[in-house]
Design a protein. Structure first.
Length: 68
């Protein structure tokens, strides 16, 4: 499982980081973001790539669990 920490970054950087991580072809990933726009954009991108996305919120930060 790869972990991508994109907290503190604004779009499109978190999406670019997610795209790079998905190139490793692992079965699951954790992507951390800290704003709503990044959460939505990363989730949309990953779903478009055929992944399932589970989002957990915690004090303004979001953890996206990405899996095939």
């Amino acid at each position: 499982m790869s972990t991508v920490d994109a907290r503190g970054l604004s779009c499109p950087e978190p999406v670019i980081m997610a795209r790079e991580a998905l190139k490793s072809n692992e079965s699951s990933y954790t992507i951390m973001v800290d704003n709503t726009a990044s959460r939505e954009n990363v989730a949309r991108f990953c779903r478009h790539q055929g992944y399932n996305v589970d989002i957990k919120a915690n004090d303004g930060e979001y953890t996206l669990e990405i899996s095939k």
